[in-house]
Design a binder for this molecule. Structure first.
Ligand code: AHG
Ligand code: MN
Ligand code: MN
Ligand code: MN
Length: 312
């Protein structure tokens, strides 16, 4: 059959970020350029490397050569990565280059997560620039490498989803202004840790299964945060990685997993809490500190917070 004409007026990620930035009079276009570089791929991997390391090297190379970043925070780097002076820009990027590593070999969806902050002054970039609360984030997003490749981002004006069209190598806007449903029917938590949960978590999950307390929820747990959170955006419900007796701060890292996902969820009308306060209000003390996280539909998160409060 005849080739479908390419509707060249579709909204691509680059065009979207440019249009969003146009509304900001002081814009220098650096943020646009920053997103542009993250989107482009030029794999250099000469030897086959662990995907975590390869992804990390790619992120560091692409971000450093975008001339828009002063400081990088990565799950795979023990300390902050200062961009060399002549390549320095005004942004700070905290990222998880490859999320869900345990799922790589079985081909279950994995992803990448990032949050972008602005460096407030012209001092030498240092750790103090990295330890900023999530309410200072200017943009955040994730890429989901699933049955399709999708980027979900926010620049502070709502959350938008872009599907990669491999035939043209562009991310096309497919979900403008994603909103998370006020309540869902899915709970997402690793029940293998039930024996070391606090009583409040045991009570909440028990309630989700008890037909005497309402229609039981469905259990869904992928084990890649990006996949579990993306499903929560699309279908609603709650994603929980709680503190346990063995991990008093849970497992997920505040700077490059909890904060970006909390920023996005909040922008989409959902909630994200550490069990006591909003994730976005937590003042980071250490680069790789962990945080419990209760994230998703507003009413579902409020319900578990009520039970936590009752037990405190
Ligand atoms: P990463 O692969 O970046 O280290 O992250 C893995 C995280 C996150 O993706 C997921 O939600 C969580 O680990 C799953 O942990 P459990 O296997 O303990 O449930
Ligand atoms: Mn991760
Ligand atoms: Mn990771
Ligand atoms: Mn890891």
């Amino acid at each position: 059959g005849s080739l479908q004409p390419l509707n060249s007026d579709c909204v691509t990620l680059t065009r979207f970020v440019l249009s969003e930035q146009k509304r900001a009079p002081h814009a220098t276009g650096e943020l646009t350029q920053l997103f542009g570089t993250v989107g482009q791929k030029n794999v250099q991997g000469e030897e086959v490397k662990k995907l975590d390391i390869l992804a990390n090297e790619l992120f560091i190379n692409m971000l450093s050569s975008s001339y828009t970043v002063a400081l990088l925070i990565s799950e795979e780097n023990e300390t902050v990565v200062e961009v060399e002076t002549e390549k320095r820009g005004k942004y700070i990027v905290a990222f998880d280059p490859l999320d869900g590593s345990s799922n790589i070999d079985c081909l279950v969806s994995i992803g990448s997560i990032f949050a972008i902050m602005k460096k407030e002054d012209n001092s030498i970039p240092s750790l103090k620039d990295a330890l900023k609360p999530g309410n200072t984030v200017v943009a955040a997003g994730y890429a989901l490498y699933g049955s399709a490749t999708m980027m979900v981002i926010s620049l502070g004006t709502g959350v938008h989803g872009f599907m990669l069209d491999p035939s043209i190598g562009e991310f096309i806007l497919t979900d403008r202004n994603l909103r998370v449903p006020p309540r869902g029917k899915i709970y997402s938590i690793n029940e293998g840790y039930t024996h070391i949960w606090d009583d409040a978590i045991k009570e909440y999950i028990q309630k989700k299964k008890d037909p005497k307390q309402g229609k039981p929820y469905n259990a869904r747990y992928v084990g890649s945060m990006v996949a579990d959170v993306h499903r929560t955006f699309k279908y609603g419900g709650i994603f929980i990685y709680p503190a346990t007796k063995e991990s008093p701060n849970g497992k997920l890292r505040l700077l490059y997993e909890c904060i970006p996902m909390a920023y996005l969820m909040t922008q989409a009308g959902g909630l994200a809490s550490n069990g006591k306060i909003s994730i976005l209000d937590v003042q980071p003390e250490e680069l790789h500190q962990r945080s419990p996280i209760f994230l998703g539909s507003k009413e579902d998160v409020e319900e578990v917070l009520e039970i936590i409060k009752k037990h405190s």
